[in-house]
Write a protein that binds this ligand. Sequence first.
Ligand SMILES: NC(=O)c1ccc[n+]([C@@H]2O[C@H](COP(=O)([O-])OP(=O)(O)OC[C@H]3O[C@@H](n4cnc5c(N)ncnc54)[C@H](O)[C@@H]3O)[C@@H](O)[C@H]2O)c1
Length: 300
Amino acid sequence: MKILVSGGAGFIGSHLVDSLVNDHQVLVVDDLSTGKQEFVNKQAEFVKLDIRDAKLKKIVSKFKPDVVYHLAAQKNVRISLENPLLDTEINIIGALNLLQACLDNSVTKFIFISTGGIYGDTDDLPTKETGEEIPLSPYILNKLTFEKYLKILAEDKLKWTVLRPANVYGPRQDPHGEAGVISIFLNNIIDNKTLLVNGDGRQTRDFIYVDDVVRACLQAIDAKQEIYNIGTAKETSLLDLIDQMKQVVNKEVEVKHQDAIVGEVIRSVLDNTKAKQELKWQAKYDLKKGLELTFEYFKK
Ligand SMILES: NC(=O)c1ccc[n+]([C@@H]2O[C@H](COP(=O)([O-])OP(=O)(O)OC[C@H]3O[C@@H](n4cnc5c(N)ncnc54)[C@H](O)[C@@H]3O)[C@@H](O)[C@H]2O)c1
């Protein structure tokens, strides 16, 4: 098959491309705003382009993909709050530019990587796909809005599947980003820096290893027109995470607490029953194994 991956030079997208290139012809479209060309598998074609660019249509019509994975995004929550216009230009207008090119060129399947952040600070845990949508930032609101655009515009012309990953971690995640606590902490440990925990550290997340997310992406090719949570269904507090990290890195780790961030989600964990049943998918990596693999990568 011919498969186009937007955001294929990024953290998750580049791992997805690695797992596709042996069986498929792959084209990566990425503007390298946060991604890196060195992450793009040599077996894939690469076009450096902003998804908002009008040239995208030509690229899609020339390559004629059967399947499109859409991962390119402005994914920084703080930037989305400071500059909602930019976030909307990339995450709505850019995404629509890609979707329209797919509709015009008879693409068969569109797989959108949304986010499990859509449930906000819900008490309904672990949260199912039917859980209330509580977008707390323009970034999340735009992810949710594009999910709805996709449903409306695809109609019977284009098959779609939406994945809502929880907190993804693993090799190649940017340790200098605003999110990605595991890569930030592991790199601080390697550099002998203190780990800064916001608030009491009892806030929880559902940490899912990147290879598990990639396998869900592969399963999505033949999946129904549905939305699937992709998480472990296990809730881990930051304090528990640090304890597990200490075991993996086997060295002293200094931890300092700083003020809690106003509006930060306190608890988050996704119910993954639907993905298990319908995608025939389940998370294979427990946190310890995932931390070991991620630590090995960053040490190098
Ligand atoms: N990392 C997570 O925990 C997580 C969780 C849920 C959902 N997601 C979603 O998964 C996707 C990939 O995230 P990631 O963590 O790999 O981030 P990333 O920043 O590593 O990847 C995003 C990629 O998109 C590219 N990009 C950004 N704006 C672009 C534009 N205008 N045109 C073309 N390319 C552009 C970047 O250069 C980068 O390579 C995003 O859509 C994100 O919202 C990530």
